[in-house]
Design a protein. Sequence first.
Length: 117
Amino acid sequence: MSGAFLRYRIMAWVTGVVLATATVWAVTGYLFLDYSDAQSKPAVYGLMWIGHGWLYVLYLITGVDLAFRVRYSVPRTLLILLAGTIPFASFFAEAAVHRDLIRRGVIGEAATTGSTA
């Protein structure tokens, strides 16, 4: 079970960082850099959004895998999956899943912190 959680945790953080970076870049670009037309946006900006799209697909796969293994309800699974579309929400969802799995005894503290004791 800790393998499924580790995969989900990695994807939650990677997807969250890319989405947060792209969102901050978008807000900054539209407020201060005049991104009103497509020609003024850097190519990396578009690639970042495409990257988030593909990473979100992997996030969905790992989230569904974890939800099936832990037997989460459909509404809870949907909330976890939607967290990958809201900036910074995947960090909070990952923390909530982490607390829940520890509370249930599915994973231990040592399994998630990397300590061997």
